[in-house]
Design a protein around this ligand. Structure first.
Ligand SMILES: C[C@H](O)[C@@H](O)[C@@H](O)[C@H](O)C(=O)O
Ligand SMILES: [Mg+2]
Length: 437
C-alpha cells in the first residue's frame, strides 16, 4: 500500500511575454505558467501534475490546490484507484463550502485538474506504463468505473459508454501498432502568434515546412485588414493545399464573427476557433449554421480550451454547435472528466482536436488523442493534435515529433514531470529566471 503523505504545490512561471510567444488577440502577452503539483508518498515514487495559467493569478490556483490537498493527504493510492469515480466526485464536490467557489469551473477546477492528473501520473508510474497505455489496457468496465457521470446521463450512460468502448476493443492492438509505427497527426500554431512580425512568421513557416508540417494555425481577432494581410502571408508561405486554421480567442460577438469570417473566407480556413464567448453554446450553434460548418465549402467551428466542464461540452454537442472538440487536459477537472468528454464526442460523431497552446499541454494531450484513436473512436478523420514549439526542454519526457506527427510516448506516467532545475529556476517570484525582470 502507498500512502500520500504530502502535497507540494508550486508557482512556476516562464517569461514568455518577452518574446510574445503564445500571444493572441485576447491574451496579448502571456507568461506561460504552471500550478505544479508533486504528490509525495511513503514509498519512493512521486506523482506530478500541472494546470496551465498565463501568469498573474497562478498564485490563486496554488492556494486552491492547498485548499483541496486535505482530501488526498493520508489516503492510500490503491483505495483511490480502485474507485476513481467516487474519488473524483469527492475531490470536486466533497467539500460543499469549497464547491461553492466553482462549481466545477474556474480556479477551483484548474486546481482539481492538477491534483487529479498527479494521481494518474503516480498510478501509471506504479504500473510502469505511459498513461495512454494504462487506459487502453483497461477493460471497458474498469475504465467506466473511473468516471463520474453525474449531470451527463441524459447524453451518455455508463452502460452506453461500455458499449461504445466494446465496439473497438477487439481491434485495439492493430491501432496501437499503427501509432507506434507512424505517430499521431498534428498541426502547428508556432508560426501564427499575433505578436510575431511578418519576417518572423515567414521564417517560422519555412522552418515548419522543412520539418514536415502540413497544417498551420493563425491568430486572428485584431484589426480585420491586418488579419487578412497575415492570412495572405501565411497562404503565400504554405500554399493552397495545406490546411490553415484561424483562432479568434473569443474576440467577437456572434454577428461580428459572420462579418469577419466572410472577409477571411477567401483564405479557405479549415475552422474558426473560439470565435465568441466560450460559454455561449447557442451562439456557437448559430455561427456554425451561418458559416455552414460541416457542409461542403463551409467553415468549421472549433472551441473547448475554455470549456470548463463536461456539462458544457454535453450541451455544445447536443446543440450541434461544434465541428471540432478542443478539450483541454487541465481546464476540465483532469483525466477522469476528459475521458467522459472523449466518450461524449465519439457518441456525437465530433472529432477531438485537444488544445495544446500552453506549457505541458502537448505533453498531456498526446496521451488523450492516442487513447481516443486506439480505444474509443478508432478514427483519425478530422483529428489533428495541436503542437506549439515552446518549453518542451523543461520536461523529463518531452513530446517527440517527426514529420508533423507525434511519436508515441514510452516512459511511464503522464509525461508531465519537469526537471528539478527547471522548477527551481522558474519558481515565482524567487527563481533565477525572474531576477532580472
Ligand atoms: C494564450 C495562449 O497562448 C492561447 O493563445 C493558446 O492557448 C491558443 O488559444 C491555442 O489555441 O493554442
Ligand atoms: Mg486557441
Amino acid at each position: 500500500m502507498t500512502t500520500i503523505t504530502r502535497v507540494d504545490a508550486r508557482d512556476i512561471r516562464f517569461p514568455t511575454s518577452r518574446q510574445l510567444d503564445g500571444s493572441d488577440a485576447m491574451n496579448e502577452a502571456p507568461d506561460y505558467s504552471a500550478t505544479y503539483v508533486i504528490l509525495h508518498t511513503d514509498q519512493e515514487d512521486e506523482g506530478h501534475g500541472l494546470s496551465f495559467t498565463i501568469g498573474r493569478g497562478n498564485d490563486l490556483c496554488v492556494a486552491a490546490v492547498n485548499a483541496l490537498a486535505p482530501t488526498l493527504v493520508g489516503r492510500k493510492l490503491e483505495d483511490i484507484t480502485a474507485d476513481m469515480g467516487t474519488f473524483w466526485r469527492e475531490l470536486t464536490s466533497g467539500d460543499s463550502q469549497l464547491r461553492w467557489l466553482g462549481p466545477e469551473k474556474g480556479v477551483m477546477h484548474l486546481a482539481s485538474a492538477a491534483l487529479v492528473n498527479a494521481i494518474w501520473d503516480l498510478w501509471a508510474k506504479r504500473e510502469g506504463k505511459p498513461i495512454w497505455k494504462l487506459l487502453v489496457d483497461m477493460s471497458p468496465e474498469q475504465l467506466v468505473r473511473c468516471l463520474d457521470f453525474r449531470f451527463v446521463t441524459d447524453a451518455i450512460t455508463p452502460e452506453e459508454a461500455i458499449a461504445l468502448l466494446r465496439r473497438k476493443a477487439g481491434t485495439k492492438g492493430e491501432r496501437e501498432a499503427e501509432m507506434k509505427a507512424e505517430g499521431y497527426p498534428g498541426y502547428t500554431t508556432s508560426a501564427g502568434w499575433l505578436g510575431y512580425s511578418e519576417e518572423k512568421m515567414r521564417r517560422l513557416c519555412r522552418e515548419a515546412l522543412a520539418e514536415g508540417w502540413q497544417h498551420f494555425k493563425q491568430k486572428v481577432g485584431g484589426d480585420i485588414e491586418e488579419d487578412r494581410r497575415r492570412a495572405a502571408i501565411l497562404r503565400e508561405e504554405i500554399g493552397e493545399q495545406r490546411t490553415l486554421m484561424m483562432d479568434a480567442n473569443q474576440m467577437w460577438d456572434v454577428d461580428e464573427t459572420i462579418v469577419n469570417m466572410r472577409r477571411l473566407a477567401e483564405f479557405n480556413p479549415h475552422w474558426i476557433e473560439e470565435p465568441t464567448s466560450p460559454d455561449d453554446i447557442l451562439g456557437h450553434a448559430e455561427i456554425r449554421r451561418r458559416l455552414r460548418g460541416g457542409l461542403e465549402g463551409g467553415i468549421g467551428v472549433a472551441t473547448g480550451e475554455h470549456c470548463h466542464n463536461r456539462v458544457m461540452f454535453k450541451q455544445l454537442l447536443q446543440a450541434g454547435a461544434i465541428d471540432f472538440c478542443q478539450l483541454d487536459a487541465a481546464r476540465l477537472g483532469g483525466l477522469n472528466e476528459v475521458i467522459i468528454v472523449v466518450l461524449l464526442a465519439a457518441k456525437y460523431g465530433v472529432p477531438i482536436c485537444p488544445h495544446g497552446g500552453g506549457v505541458g499541454l502537448c505533453e498531456y494531450t498526446q496521451h488523450i488523442s492516442l487513447f481516443d484513436y486506439i480505444a474509443v473512436s478508432g478514427s483519425l478523420e478530422g483529428r489533428l493534435l495541436e503542437y506549439v514549439d515552446h518549453l518542451h526542454e523543461h520536461f523529463v519526457d518531452p513530446v517527440r515529433i517527426r514529420q508533423g506527427r507525434y511519436l508515441v510516448p514510452e516512459a511511464p506516467g503522464y509525461s508531465i514531470t519537469m526537471k528539478p532545475e527547471s522548477l527551481e529556476m522558474h519558481r515565482y517570484p524567487e527563481g533565477a529566471a525572474w531576477q532580472d525582470a
